[in-house]
Structure formats: structure tokens, C-alpha cells
Design a protein around this ligand. Structure first.
Ligand code: HEM
Length: 186
């Protein structure tokens, strides 16, 4: 399937309020925030480990997951939020789909990450309340953007699953379905 990542980027930006000003701010505060992200990740995985349903996904790979995760978190303060980023987050979503990670782990996980980032930002910028508020909003926009683009994979996987079911029940071939779908487009 081909994807319009430019369209998805704009869609995700409109829903999360991720502006150019916020992208610049994230890069500006990156050098202060990045040294603390390893402990954000460690706390995140400590919290995940308390949830029984996560056990089978974490066992035997906590260290590699933490390394990938810290790298992704650092990217929030160094990346451009462009079509390349959208595509990479779509692929990350797809990796989670392929390991059958339940969809609510995505929003739940991102909430736990934000819970860790909020006290970190307040600790660093509390003396300038205007900046502190802006950094929190920028982070919320960036994590929301990442969540929305990752979850797109789940949506498409669920549509593909429904289609497979339909083809199996109806006995229709994929080729016939594609031809009919193309004929009835719009
Ligand atoms: C919600 C925020 C999350 C982010 C941003 C995130 C990020 C990532 C990234 C960047 C990868 C590597 C993808 C690749 O191979 O290219 C990954 C893989 C993975 N993540 Fe997540 N993740 C999140 C939540 C979770 C949660 C909550 C769990 C489980 C409780 C989880 C379990 C996994 C597993 C099992 C893999 C595959 C690792 C492998 O290939 O061995 N992730 N994740």
C-alpha cells in the first residue's frame, strides 16, 4: 500500500498544534533536556513493568528496548517533524502491530512518558513560567504527533484484517476486489 506521508504530517500537525515555533523551541531546550532522558526511560520501563499485561512484551529485551526508546526520545529534541519523521513513526507503529502489542499500549505508554517529562521540564524551567508553559505545550504537541502517526499503522492493519475476513467469507479473490474497488472509486 502506498501512503501519503505529507498529508498525514499536515493532518497530525493540525490535531496536535505542532508549530514551527514549537519545533524550534524543542531544539533550543534539547541540550538541557537530553542528558536527563536516560532516567526518563528507566522510570518509564519501571512503571510499565508494574502492569501485568506488558510482561510478555518486555521479557528478555528491556535493555534493547530502553536503548531504542532513549534514542527516540532524544529525537523529539533534535528531529525535524517532516514527512521523513512521519514515515519513521508509521514504521515504528508497524513494528508494534507486528509484535501484536495492544493498541492501548500506545496511548497509555505516551501518557506515562509525558508524566515523566512534565516534572523534568518544571524542574528545569520553573523560574521562567512563560517558557516552562511553552516547553510543556511543545512536548505535548510532539508526543501527540508521534502517537497519532504511530497509531495510523494500527488503523490500517485493522482495515486489512477486516478485508481478509471479507474475502475469506465471500470467497472473492483479491484481484476481483481490487478491480471492483478501482471501478467504484469516488
Ligand atoms: C508509546 C510510546 C512508544 C514509543 C515511542 C516506542 C518506540 C519504539 C521504537 C522506536 C521501537 C523500535 C522500532 C524499530 O525496530 O524500528 C520500538 C519497538 C518495540 N517496542 Fe515500543 N515504543 C512505545 C511503547 C511501547 C510499549 C508500551 C511497549 C510494551 C509494553 C513497547 C514494546 C516494544 C516492542 C516489543 C518492540 C519490538 C522490539 C524488537 O524488535 O525486539 N513499546 N518501540
Amino acid at each position: 500500500m502506498t501512503h501519503d506521508f505529507e498529508k498525514l504530517t499536515q493532518y497530525a500537525k493540525s490535531f496536535t498544534g505542532l508549530t514551527e515555533e514549537y519545533e524550534l523551541l524543542l531544539k533550543e531546550v534539547g541540550p538541557e533536556i537530553i542528558p536527563n532522558l536516560k532516567s526518563v526511560t528507566e522510570n518509564f520501563y519501571a512503571q510499565l513493568s508494574l502492569i501485568p499485561e506488558t510482561k510478555s512484551y518486555l521479557e528478555g529485551r528491556i535493555e534493547s528496548l530502553q536503548a531504542m526508546h532513549t534514542q527516540w526520545l532524544e529525537g523529539l529534541f533534535t528531529n525535524d517533524f517532516d514527512t521523513g519523521y512521519t514515515e519513521s513513526m508509521y514504521r515504528v507503529g508497524d513494528v508494534h502491530v507486528k509484535v501484536h502489542l495492544p493498541v492501548e499500549f500506545m496511548s497509555g505508554g505516551m501518557t506515562l512518558i509525558n508524566n515523566q517529562l512534565i516534572p523534568l521540564v518544571v524542574g528545569l524551567f520553573h523560574s521562567d513560567s512563560e517558557k516552562c508553559t511553552k516547553v510543556l505545550s511543545a512536548i505535548n504537541a510532539a508526543t501527540g504527533f508521534s502517537l497519532l502517526t504511530m497509531q495510523q499503522s494500527y488503523q490500517e492493519a485493522s482495515i486489512a484484517e477486516e478485508l481478509e475476513k471479507f474475502l475469506k467469507i465471500s470467497g472473492m479473490s483479491k484481484v476481483l476486489f481490487s478491480n471492483l474497488a478501482a471501478a467504484y472509486k469516488d
